[in-house]
Design a protein around this ligand. Sequence first.
Ligand SMILES: [Fe+2]
Length: 255
Amino acid sequence: MIDIHAHILPQIDDGAQSKTMAFEMCEMAARSGVTDIIATPHMMDLYASDEFSEKVNVRVDFMNRLMEEKGIALRIHKGAEVFASGDILFSPDLHPFTLAGSRYLLFEFDFGEATLNFAKEVAGIILSQDLIPVLAHPERYRFTLSNYENINRLADCGVLFQCNIGSLTGELGKKEAVLAREMLNAGAVSFLGSDAHRVKFRNTDIRGMLSSIKEGKKKVDYAKIEPLLTENPAKLLRGEHVENPSFATLKKKLF
Ligand SMILES: [Fe+2]
């Protein structure tokens, strides 16, 4: 399996707080059947790309050396989770922040404040730089939770979606679980990721989360999960195109 969204690099964001924690998170991922992780620290200052890239490179190299020394079969790739604030409307160069040097850019919004119009504007800027927008955890924003059809509107603009596995288990909240499961079952999701920040809660144990989904008999079309953790992310890593899914209108409004 390949995890395209994880905060496993030490002391760069609110993820791994030390080298020891970073190592434990990576070891847990490898034990869980993960072969590759794209490290995606939060990127908050789009005008500090050189400094950010330098910090990420040093940490990715360190972690890969550590994996080799400890005989752990896990490859760590460079990435970012770009926080789309108003700054992005000035179109800073987004290429330094893509996932593993691909054309795919993982981005997120403020959970409460983002609107459909802002999201569409951001997607347009990403696409205008010949990059492909991948929205991180679409199941966690107020504007998507309040109107599921906004997911369709974003897909119409060419946005792909990465849901958190922890949303499918219910770990991240009930409303989030309902939307994530609805999206998965409709075929709207292109990638799943751990979005791991820690060793205990919100961790890298994807296999454990998958068994809890299976055993929990949640309303999840289990067969749809695997390609989102294998085929699609493998294509991304190889620099191949991941087809945009076509799916029916998601009708629900939660509030
Ligand atoms: Fe994240």
